[in-house]
Design a protein around this ligand. Structure first.
Ligand code: UT7
Length: 323
């Protein structure tokens, strides 16, 4: 059995803020030049007051179902990757299931920060392969604007809000065609938890806390760990890097994305980049990029797509799929 990415969808909140607007904030002491040079980010979307991860995720999920030509009855499971759930429970996945009017199956959240979508894809793929589900909505949705310290220029300029989704459909014949999710390669090393963390939580401080990051350290881990995850994914199938049609990376920093493109020998025209307009949307960044590149016709039937990401935990991983 193979899990085929039958549809993709994305949602971005209406409000978009430029670097110049942030730079004009009193006391932040940043500049468009610094942010663009160090990260490639020019703008980010920010959720409206009261707009939650489940609101955005439901919109992205509906778009993915529509593109797949699937109805709510086809959904056996909703799996949501998020670090900014509406509440500790019900899960954001259960809320999205309810908002979509899905009356059967099961729903749960996954916590793997910016690697969340790759983890969720891995879990969904495994469930489809073993026959536990035939249609799975995999959603990454984040309102990082609510867990940022807006006076900390080292973090607040880096993140944005948004949601992305894919609908996975079990398709036995996809195996012979070489289509579908080929494999996912998931990793974690909890020793490095402190270099990228949220400094509070319902079960510790009783508050939601804000993002704290030792940027330079995370950067070093990102370059080496993503490179080895990508090697591992290709080696698992005896694939050469030349066979990759598209790199769809987690969107944290254009310098990390370019380093991965160079490693694979891919021109930037074969790398899907949204970080300039979306900033880092954590678990939403890969499915948002997938939605953009499948809808504008860049990624098409038969293309081999390599996804990779790293985030708090530390967690990191890679996934290979043929569309
Ligand atoms: O999605 C999860 C994974 N996350 C990542 O992959 C992020 C990885 N890290 C990064 O992308 C980069 O390390 C950052 C973009 C976070 C930072 O870039 P950097 O080139 O590593 O800068 P830095 O942290 O070494 O800071 C350089 C200087 C510092 O000043 P001094 O100490 O040299 O005087 C910072 O205080 O830049 C200063 N700085 C800023 N200046 C203007 C930090 N943030 C800002 C800012 N505006 N927003």
């Amino acid at each position: 059995m193979r899990a085929v990415i039958a549809g993709t969808g994305g949602y971005l909140p209406e409000r978009s803020i430029s670097n110049d607007e942030l730079a004009a904030w009193k006391g932040l002491e940043t500049s468009d030049a610094w942010i663009v040079e160090r990260t490639g980010i020019r703008r980010r979307h920010i959720a409206a007051e009261g707009e939650t991860a489940s609101d955005m995720g439901a919109k992205a999920a509906l778009a993915a179902l529509a593109q797949a030509g699937a109805s709510a009855e086809e959904v056996d499971a909703v799996i949501v990757a998020t670090a900014t759930p509406d509440s500790a429970f019900p899960s954001t996945a259960a809320r999205i299931q309810g908002k979509l009017g899905i009356l059967r199956g099961f729903a749960f959240d996954i916590s793997a920060a910016c690697t969340g979508f790759v983890y969720a894809l891995g879990v969904a793929d495994a469930m489809i392969r073993c026959g536990q589900a035939r249609g799975v909505l995999v959603v990454g949705t984040e309102v990082f604007s609510r867990i940022l310290d807006w006076s900390d220029r080292a973090t607040c300029v880096l993140f944005g809000d948004g949601a992305g989704a894919v609908f996975l459909r079990a398709l036995p014949e996809a195996r012979a065609e070489g289509r579908g999710v080929l494999s996912t390669h998931l990793h974690a090393d909890g020793r490095y938890g402190d270099i990228l963390t949220v400094d509070g939580g319902a079960g510790s401080t009783g508050t939601c806390g804000v993002v704290r990051m030792a940027g330079r350290e995370v950067f070093k881990h990102a370059v080496t760990k993503l490179a080895s995850a990508v090697d591992e994914a290709l080696a698992a199938h005896g694939l050469a890097k030349e066979q990759v049609a598209w790199l769809v990376p987690h969107q944290a920093n254009i310098r990390i994305i370019e380093a991965m493109g160079r490693k694979l020998g891919l021109p930037m025209s074969r790398v899907v980049v949204t970080v300039d307009r979306h900033a880092n949307t954590s678990a939403a960044s890969i499915p948002l990029a997938l939605a953009e590149a499948t809808r504008d016709g860049r990624i098409s039937h038969g293309d081999l797509v390599l996804m990779e990401g790293i985030g708090g935990g530390l967690t990191w991983g890679a996934a290979l799929a043929r569309f």
